[in-house]
Write a protein that binds this ligand. Sequence first.
Ligand SMILES: Nc1ncnc2c1ncn2[C@@H]1O[C@H](COP(=O)(O)OP(=O)(O)OP(=O)(O)O)[C@@H](O)[C@H]1O
Ligand SMILES: [Mg+2]
Length: 229
Amino acid sequence: MLTAELQDITKDYFQPAIETATRVLDHISLAIAEDDTIAIMGPSGSGKTTLLNLLGTLDRPTSGKVFRDGISVEQMDEKKLAIVRNRFTGFIFQQHLLLPQLTVLENVLLPVLPVRDKLFKEEAGERALQLIERVGLKNFLYSYPARLSMGECQRAAVVRALINRPKLILADEPTGSLDARNAAMLADLLAELRDNYNYSLVIVTHDPEVARRMKIQYRLLNGKIQVNI
Ligand SMILES: Nc1ncnc2c1ncn2[C@@H]1O[C@H](COP(=O)(O)OP(=O)(O)OP(=O)(O)O)[C@@H](O)[C@H]1O
Ligand SMILES: [Mg+2]
């Protein structure tokens, strides 16, 4: 089964200043299989974030269909959508968005808070410790984000994105604030953790070194998507 799929999607944004709608995504189809790692490149304004928002069910298309695990997003009620976002999707952004008043451990456990399943919560606690160690932050478990470097914060954000074992990781320029070495390290980490955590990975990036580490590279341009070869 596909983790996510876009079928013949268009997305128009209405621009009040010129009283017209502009088409950002123009009949795009995209299939994301369970073991896919995908890079999406393209110039600023080409619709990369728009496309991630559709995959993450944060926004709806103007026309066309979005599927998550074979189910049309259109048919999901708010409760189901909340589960898809919180349990089945991990988001990583350019800025780590860790809360400054919480420790690293508390930050990575935030997505577990709304989960009711007690066993799942316990497992998530153990998973947090394992993952934090795996990404090299064991010594920072009880530190506040202000003490961490940008690269370390971003690795904590990766752990937070993985903590609920999502089926899909959506990363929007996750290495945009990092130097070349840390950027490559983070991309490798996201690709490697996939072996244990079995998510599909979609990463928006301007960095060819990051894109190169993904199995498939797409380019968005003028509303269309094409495989980058
Ligand atoms: N909520 C919105 N309302 C109106 N226009 C929007 C909205 N969100 C995005 N746009 C427009 O849609 C286009 C695509 O935006 P998007 O953020 O998806 O681009 P992007 O490829 O992620 O760019 P960047 O690389 O700069 O992040 C831009 O022209 C943007 O101004
Ligand atoms: Mg963007």
